[in-house]
Design a protein around this ligand. Structure first.
Ligand code: SAH
Length: 516
């Protein structure tokens, strides 16, 4: 029997969909019910019906699941950020592990028992709240015309007013309220996407959990015409506070004074973005108070020991408003330390780190390898990577700007042809090592690795590949290619960087099969 729009159904939720929605079946008909938790029996109203399945809205919980918890955030249902808040954190971790496992089996075509043998227990968070070091708040107006900031409702650009997101740092609320108050008092407009008018678009706040330093960046829709870049930079170089005499925003001095009173405020900047786009940050950043960056320390942990104790190795990174930097600092240490463990470095190895961002993983690898080569498409990130290497006294890491699927094949074809027959045993220097590295680490965005990248990796025949992934579906697809090309998956470990959302990172170790 098919159901029609607006029909009411009673359904028991048996599974969790990839977006966190509850899945239940009635008479062979599949229902996807947002906000229903596995184990619930609910009354739901059909909102969209197809031949054998339908999407439904949760109307009433008839019998609550034993895995249901009271979500602490009052906005969890509207907000697009947390899809799993009503599910106990333990069950969330189970769901994430199962999602990884299912994708490897269904998409990757790996045997169930084989996947189970390789899987190590997921690395969950000890405290799954207030874990994010970065938040970007859109600024707009509510129906009454009041200036608000918060988060977009799921799949829309409607702002839900909420200055106290429970995933973000506690300080965010007070900082946001200082800015909103300043806007109200001085009649400063919020940006309106529909018209492209209005000044304040977004507020970015970053906090280093190790140094405590806080950075605020206001994304503004105004074009600086009467101040050249040179002038801005020369003002910034003096390190005076405030650095900037130009008013980007009315009564700027007063706003900076208030923000500057805030404990640990280290950097206030403006990003100019006048484009009618969904991209949040503009390309130009002007530091208007304090320093242009905040600094953060990442510590290595020993993942082979109970409790994952610190090894004493650490690196310092300077982060600017535009830098890509992992958002969950505690779990980042787990992720990177696992990647390093899987790389099994002894100090003698040559390693490629593809999709290296600002070189965070590369620099940890460099501490235990002979040489590391990083590849990243964003030029600014590579500048940051080189600067981070210098700052941490690392001299055996080299970085290339470009797409992994272009840099790697180009290098392979050029050098491979020059040195026909060059291989590890011929010992002909750096090029030979680069051509046939010991380890390749990849950490691609959600869409995974390009085919040209994978096929070149196969030709380079590293002993080990460490694949760090933020999407187990594309991971499964890529692992299939690598395994068909002569590799074996040895270890798989989930690492929860995004508690209460459906996302999960996975680290994998692949080894070249004997005789390949
Ligand atoms: N390993 C880094 C970054 C991971 S995010 C870290 O942990 O911080 C993925 C990175 O891949 C981003 O920095 C992104 O800019 C970069 N990227 C995206 N597509 C790419 C491509 N085709 N080639 C190289 N890098 C790419």
């Amino acid at each position: 029997m098919a159901y029609k729009k607006n029909d009411h159904v009673t359904v028991t939720i048996e599974d969790i969909g990839s977006e966190g929605e509850g899945i239940g079946r009635v008479d062979g008909f599949t229902l996807f019910v947002k906000d229903a938790v596995v184990g619930d029996t609910v009354e739901a109203k059909i909102v969209k019906s197809k031949k054998s399945y339908a999407y439904a809205r949760l109307e009433k919980i008839l019998e609550a699941s034993p895995f249901r918890v009271e979500p602490p955030c009052p906005f969890h249902r509207q907000c697009g950020g947390c899809q799993l808040q009503a599910l106990s954190y333990e069950k969330q971790l189970e769901f994430k592990e199962r999602k990884i496992r299912n994708n490897l089996i269904r998409i990757g075509g790996f045997e169930e028992t084989y996947v189970d043998q390789c899987m190590e227990p997921i690395l969950g968070m000890e405290k799954p709240w207030r874990y994010r070091n970065k938040a970007q708040y859109p600024v707009g107006k509510d129906r009454e015309g009041n200036i608000i900031t918060g988060f977009y409702a799921g799949r829309t650009h409607n702002i839900i007013a909420n200055t106290n997101c429970l995933l973000g740092a506690e300080e965010n609320q007070e900082i946001l309220e200082i800015i909103l108050e300043h806007m109200c008092k001085n009649k400063i407009s919020a940006y309106d996407e529909a018209t492209g008018e209005g000044l304040v678009r977004h507020i970015l706040i970053r906090k280093s959990f190790t140094s405590g330093e806080i950075m605020v960046c206001l994304v503004l829709n105004n074009k600086m015409t009467n101040m050249s870049h040179e002038k801005m930079e020369s003002v910034s170089d003096k390190g005076e506070k405030p650095l900037c005499t130009y008013e980007f925003i009315p009564e700027q001095g007063e706003l900076l004074w208030r923000l500057g009173q805030f404990d640990n405020m280290t950097s206030v900047s403006v990003s100019v973005n006048t484009d009618r786009t969904n991209v949040i940050m503009g390309k130009e950043i002007y530091t208007i108070w304090g320093s242009p960056t905040i600094s953060d320390v990442i510590h290595m942990r020993d993942m082979t020991k109970e409790g994952f104790p610190f090894t004493g190795r650490e690196l310092t990174f300077h982060i600017s408003p535009l830098s890509f930097y992992q958002v969950n600092p505690v779990q980042t240490e787990m992720l990177y330390s696992t990647a390093l463990e899987y790389a099994e470095l002894t100090g003698q190895e040559t390693v490629w780190d593809l999709y290296c961002g600002i070189g965070t993983i590369s620099l940890f690898l460099a501490g235990s390898a002979k040489k590391v080569y990083g590849v990243e498409v964003v030029p600014q990130a590579i500048e940051d990577a080189r600067e981070n290497a210098r700052r941490n006294g690392i001299t055996n890491a080299e970085f290339f700007v470009g797409k992994a699927e272009e840099v790697l094949p180009e290098f392979y074809n050029r050098v491979g042809q020059l040195g026909e027959g060059v291989d590890r045993s011929s010992g002909s220097g750096d090029n030979a090592d680069m051509l046939h590295p010991d380890v390749i680490v990849v950490d691609p965005p959600r869409k995974g690795c390009d085919e040209a990248c994978l096929s070149t990796m196969l030709k380079m025949k590293p002993k080990r590949i460490v694949y760090v992934s933020c999407d187990s579906a594309t991971l499964a697809r890529d692992l299939r290619v690598l395994c068909d090309g002569g590799y074996e998956v040895k270890k798989i470990r989930g690492c929860d960087m995004f508690g209460h959302s459906c996302h999960c990172e996975v680290i994998n170790l692949l080894q070249r099969a004997e005789g390949k």
